[in-house]
Design a protein around this ligand. Structure first.
Ligand SMILES: C[S@@+](CC[C@H](N)C(=O)[O-])C[C@H]1O[C@@H](n2cnc3c(N)ncnc32)[C@H](O)[C@@H]1O
Ligand code: SF4
Length: 439
């Protein structure tokens, strides 16, 4: 057993989980102030995921470390949406060929704070730009179900939104109240209105929300499955409250969250869902085509617009500010509203071939399978020869098996997806992670 195998074995034994920072590679802790050459980055792009970030919320949930501000100011929202339009027009000047938009996601914060007419204007801008909309495009929006009305849903459907992702987190009133969410949410009514308008549905839940145990999570999950959403996303609680150690009886340890993962994975697999990625389950025989993250995992570049978004090209990853510092978030939004886009404080990471190779493999584990032939075609080398110690560690710990050109995660590997990914981080990324987390 090599050194890395032993390290991986130890991480599994103790239930180590580095947190949701692993949702992308390299994660934002590795970002440093950076100059962005917008023309060089986007001039040759042929297809894109488009992510538009709306950073406003009507309240703050106690678990949330996202880039957002609590604000209730319609005039401010309107001006922000105007800037969002201007930012897309700014990027459009760099596209040399018509760019096929494969996916659109309005993420947050809470995009349903903003009026539908502002989204309508945004679509008008898109239609007039040097882009085409993919035939399978299913524009999607993240929403807080507590503050959405029937009229709003109907208006969204009229402007072409086809999927709503609902931040539900838990359906238990006392748990919702404990994290500052409305305990009287009428989720059935919201889902009914969405279905009446023919839209698809994703539901977000949290594994390990404060006060939760296995039973309360599984009760919520069973209710959610009964609604039949096309996809269910389940995020392990991350942030300062996520720990290997029992810091409070109300907060699950990372090991307990891994155990709960086994329970809900098994339940969903036997109740009409397939595992689509490490945090997402997809209903069998459904018709949703919104695949932003999947496209990203398979190599499509993502253009992020809006303060708080991130862009991922093959050359550079970048965004504004840090997510975790509320003062920096406020300043970043203020700058976004007033400054030239070139003059914003950009933070990012220059990609190179080695980091792209590592990213391809980390993301393959999110999907559960590495296509070694596609890897060879892209990089002209074998992943096994590029990273022999890492693959040996996965095999020794029973996290993978091979079938022809494909290497798949085993059921155990699926449970420890994030650890399988972590061992492919470069030395530089590991060092930056340690500097940020153990300083
Ligand atoms: C932008 S929010 C979704 C829309 C809306 N803001 C809401 O919460 O209803 C994105 C999702 O990230 C997840 N999330 C936020 N903070 C988290 C944390 N600390 N740990 C795990 N998941 C988290 C939640 O499931 C949330 O629904
Ligand atoms: S979970 Fe959603 S509603 Fe709550 S603070 Fe975060 S972004 Fe806002």
């Amino acid at each position: 057993m090599n050194r890395l195998s032993r390290r991986l074995q130890k991480m599994i034994q103790v239930g180590y989980w580095p947190g949701f920072i692993i949702g992308m590679y390299p994660s934002h802790f590795a970002y440093k102030p950076i100059e962005v050459d917008f023309r060089r980055t986007w001039q040759h792009v042929k297809e894109l995921n488009l992510y538009a970030h709306i950073p406003f919320c009507k309240w703050s949930c106690s678990f949330c470390t996202f880039f957002k501000v609590v604000k209730d100011d319609e005039e401010y929202y309107r001006r922000y949406m105007q800037r969002l339009n201007e930012e897309f027009i700014f990027y459009n000047t760099f596209f040399e060929e018509k760019v096929n938009i494969k996916s659109i996601c309005f993420g947050g914060g809470t995009p349903n704070t903003v009026s539908v007419s502002d989204y309508e204007k945004f679509f008008d801008t898109l239609v007039k730009s040097n882009v085409s909309l993919d035939k399978d495009l299913e524009p999607s929006m993240e929403i807080s179900p507590e503050i959405i009305t029937k009229e709003y849903i109907s208006d969204l459907s009229k402007i072409g939104i086809k999927r709503l992702s609902l931040g539900v987190q838990s359906l238990k009133g006392e748990l919702r109240k404990g994290v500052n969410r409305d305990e009287t949410l009428d989720i059935l009514g919201v889902i009914q209105s969405i279905r009446d308008n023919g839209l698809n549905v994703n539901i977000d839940l949290i594994n390990g929300i404060i006060g939760q145990d296995n039973d309360s999570f599984m009760e919520t999950l069973k209710e959610v499955v009964a609604f039949g959403p096309e996809t269910i996303s389940i995020y392990p609680l991350s942030g300062k409250k996520s720990s290997m150690f029992k810091t409070s009886s109300a907060i699950m340890t990372t090991k307990e969250k891994y155990q709960l993962y086994e329970l809900y994975y098994d339940y969903l697999i036997h109740n009409g869902y397939d595992c689509e990625s490490h945090v997402k389950f997809i209903k069998k025989n459904q018709n949703s085509t919104h695949q932003q993250k999947i496209y990203e995992y398979l190599g499509t570049e993502t253009l992020g617009i809006g303060s708080g978004s991130r862009s991922y090209s093959n050359l550079i990853h970048y965004g504004t500010s840090s997510w975790e510092d509320a003062k920096l978030v406020k300043k970043a939004i203020e700058d976004y509203m007033t400054k030239d886009f070139r003059e914003l404080s950009w933070y990012g990471f220059e990609m190179n071939e080695e980091e792209n190779k590592r990213r391809t493999i980390v993301y393959a584990w999110f999907l559960g399978v590495l296509d070694t032939a596609a890897y060879y075609q892209r990089y002209h080398s074998s992943p096994y020869e590029d990273f022999p110690e890492e693959f040996e560690a996965l095999i020794h710990n029973d996290l993978v098996y091979t079938e022809g050109d494909k290497m798949h995660l085993t059921t155990k590997g699926r449970k420890y997806t994030d650890l399988a990914g972590t061992i492919f981080w470069s030395k530089g990324i590991h060092e930056m992670f340690e500097t940020v987390h153990y300083a």
